[in-house]
Design a protein around this ligand. Sequence first.
Ligand code: GLA
Length: 427
Amino acid sequence: MLAFVRLLRTVLHKSGRGSESLARAPLRLRAGVFTVAAAGLLAAAAPAFAHETLKLDAPKPVLAATPPMGWNSWNKFSCNVSEQLVRQQADAMADSGMKEAGYRYIVIDDCWQKSRDADGNIVADPERFPGGIKALADYVHSKGLKFGLYSDAGSLTCGGRPGSAGREFQDARQYAKWGVDYLKYDWCSTGPRNAEAAYTIMAKALRESGRDIVLSICEWGNNQPERWAANVGHLWRTTGDIYDGWEGTKAWALGMVNILDLQAELWRYAGPNQWNDPDMLEVGNGGMTTTEYESHFSLWAMLAAPLIAGNDLSKMDADTRRILTNADVIAIDQDPLGQQARRIWKQGDLEIWARPLKGGEHAVVLFNRGAMPAGMSVDWDQLNLPAGLKADVKDLWSKKVTRHVRGRFSGTVASHGVLMARITPVL
Ligand code: GLA
């Protein structure tokens, strides 16, 4: 019996159909592949999700040597997505300096889906996306950008649309046909599913889809993703959702510094093609001050976080654009060494975050969470540099360069602000 089951699985697999359809919809399988009776036998022997395996045959494609950069609809528009919005944001990304700064992915989050057709294919909301997803992806590509979609490992997405559970291979093939480059894969309505297995089966499906698709894992850090996610996806959420505020909690959403605190011990898990994801940016959405948004952006860059803008790119004010396109800060995020920052010092409201960069340089953030400005400094020995070393120090917000600095970098840090510097040893 076991050998028979294995044989059937192989036949199915080779026939290009996902073996998921075996356990979930045996009667729909084509005659000629195997008989309905045989399928019934197998379905009786196999528990739901029996297709799940932790084995990934194809290696993870290298699609995120540095953290992905892009835009996602959720933080600003939640379920109000449409083809018009996506075109407008793609136009804005291409024309606003965002594309030049390195942003690439235009990702539609939840609520683009409506139903499944008679064959089980996922169907986009025809009112919101009358031209269909393929034409939209083509449009985004025509701007020199990449296109992303959202789905969920459960029966329903968090917004109550059809999820991909049991349809992973079918959906992955559909995404590939449409020209999808990036999938954010959420964790609502998953019941007793095992997260590692659920994400692994989608990773398998994407790798077999014939197209390079980034897998953005979004199980909110609930199932120890640091144990398994690096083999499976390119980035993984580490917390519940961010909201557009400095500090606090709202239902299960977290303010910016609350999320930051949960990242402090995660540096060892990040690296090229495998990134911790502290959730998307709120810069420009109005709930924080300009100083706070500079801190948010600086700290996310220190964390080697995916830089996924979550604001309306078509209506950016000058500060929002200046922050999101700060090339010096982006270069820290995108440093090829891929070392996530550590919090190397903390006293009350004052913190120092540091990360080594490729070629012996360092990035440092002096961060003041307090209500008053504070004098702060970082000593070279805190960065494991010789105290007598001379270094050039660039302030990445004021752009001021100080040459041949010895011993330490210091300055006054605004309330809720940062001083962020790139330290280049003079040899
Ligand atoms: C979850 C995710 C969010 C967003 C919504 C969509 O909450 O964590 O980032 O995708 O679902 O419903």
